[in-house]
Each structure stands twice: as structure tokens, then as C-alpha cells.
Design a protein around this ligand. Structure first.
Ligand code: FMN
Length: 212
């Protein structure tokens, strides 16, 4: 089982992050988690997950939210300002990193090598070590700066998996929509999953049009 760095920033789409954490930890993978200050705000709004107190308390809250025992070592939470964290160094081995959701601010700073907090430094390290870096941007509409930063990040080696769910799997709930996007992220990280019904080729019965 592998360790992945997961970063949550302040774009809309916190439910994607929570589902990704559930999927990784429930399948035995380890998560090194970092949440930006804005990410915490959006988590409280969108997932009703209000993180309180110090780092240890917040880590306990995460474990509870993910159904992990207090003693679990599948999740380790880092302070976003801890520049001395293990994941700030390329010598610390992880299988890859995902920023989900990725705000336009974090995207811009990652694309330009700012490394001003632990999320940006860990992303910088992931790129220099040529490990998979998956960015899940969420903004609409996109301005020219966003588009240029997306291209710059891609050219630097990041994979861009926009929070753009499809509907061809006929989702019945928000969870179905979230699962599809998270499945695509897990695919990019190389994690086997069957979170949604993949396209199987022929049109489903209800979509077949009779030709007169
Ligand atoms: C409810 C809420 C939703 C937001 N949605 C987005 C969004 O979808 N995309 C985005 O780029 N910024 C969004 N923002 C703004 C970011 O949180 C803000 O730019 C912040 O500085 C990003 O900081 P971070 O990259 O360190 O997390 C949102 C903010 C709030 C409070």
C-alpha cells in the first residue's frame, strides 16, 4: 500500500476531497493531509466539517469523519505552515500528490514555483521528483490568467483533472457525481477502483433511437 499527499485548498468542491480520503484510507492507503486556511472554511460550508483546536485535535476530527480509529496511522495531518514537514522534502518517499479541490490561487502559486506554504512546497517537490501531481481545479468561467497557469502547470508535469463531472453514467445523486470525479482522480494516481459504472461501449437501452 502506498502513501499519497492530499491537499485541500479553498475552491468549491470539498466533498470531492472527503470522498477521495475515504476511498484511499478504506482501501489501505496512507494519506498525508494538508488543508489551507481557505480550504478549512469551504469544508465547514460544504461538508459541515468544522475543524477546531490544535493539529492533534483536527487529525482526530478527520479520523472520526472518515470512520478511522483514533490509533490509525493511515492519516497524518500537517499544518499548512509547517515548512519542515516530511512531505516538504523530496527525500521523503510518497507515490504522488493531489490538490483537490485546487483554487485558482493555489494553482497560480504552484504553476509559478512559489512554494510559500506546505501545499505549494509539497507540489513543487512532487514535480521535481517527477512523481504524479494531480490538480483538480474548480472555477468558472476561467480567465486568461487561469488558463495560462493551467498550461504552465501542465507543462511542468502536473496532470489537470478539472472538477467537470460527466453525466453519461446516469447519476442519481450528488454522491454519484462526486464518485465519478474521484474515480478519475484515483485512476490518475494508479489506484484500482470501481467507484462508478464505467462506459461499457454500446448505448444503454433507453438511449437507443429507432431508425425508421
Ligand atoms: C465558499 C467559497 C467558495 C470558493 N470557491 C472558489 C472556487 O471555486 N475556486 C477558486 O479558485 N476560489 C474559490 N474561493 C476563493 C478561495 O478560497 C480564495 O481565493 C483563497 O484565497 C484560496 O486560498 P488557498 O489557495 O490557499 O486555499 C472560494 C471561497 C469561498 C469562501
Amino acid at each position: 500500500m502506498a502513501n499519497y499527499v492530499i491537499a485541500i485548498t479553498g475552491a468549491s468542491g470539498a466533498p470531492y476531497a472527503v470522498r477521495l480520503l475515504q476511498a484511499l484510507t478504506s482501501s489501505g492507503h496512507g494519506v498525508k493531509l494538508v488543508v489551507s486556511e481557505a480550504g478549512e472554511k469551504v469544508l465547514a460550508i460544504e461538508c459541515k466539517l468544522k475543524l477546531r483546536g490544535g493539529l492533534a485535535h483536527k487529525e482526530g476530527q478527520w479520523k472520526q469523519a472518515l470512520g478511522l480509529p483514533e490509533s490509525s496511522d493511515h492519516l497524518e495531518l500537517f499544518n499548512v505552515n509547517n515548512h519542515a514537514a516530511t512531505i516538504a522534502s523530496g527525500s521523503y518517499k510518497v507515490a504522488g500528490m493531489c490538490v483537490i479541490p485546487c483554487s485558482m490561487g493555489s494553482l497560480g502559486r504552484i504553476a509559478n514555483g512559489m512554494a510559500s506554504n506546505l501545499i505549494e512546497r509539497a507540489a513543487d517537490v512532487t514535480l521535481k521528483e517527477k512523481r504524479p501531481l494531480i490538480l483538480v481545479p474548480r472555477e468558472t468561467p476561467l480567465n486568461r490568467v487561469h488558463l495560462k497557469n493551467l498550461l504552465a502547470a501542465h507543462e511542468a508535469g502536473a496532470e489537470i483533472v478539472p472538477a467537470m463531472p460527466g453525466f453519461y453514467h446516469n447519476p442519481k445523486s450528488i454522491d454519484d457525481i462526486v464518485d465519478m470525479l474521484v474515480s478519475r482522480v484515483l485512476d490518475r494516481l494508479g489506484v484500482d477502483n470501481e467507484l462508478y459504472r464505467r462506459w461499457g461501449g454500446p448505448l444503454p437501452e433507453h438511449a437507443v433511437t429507432e431508425i425508421e
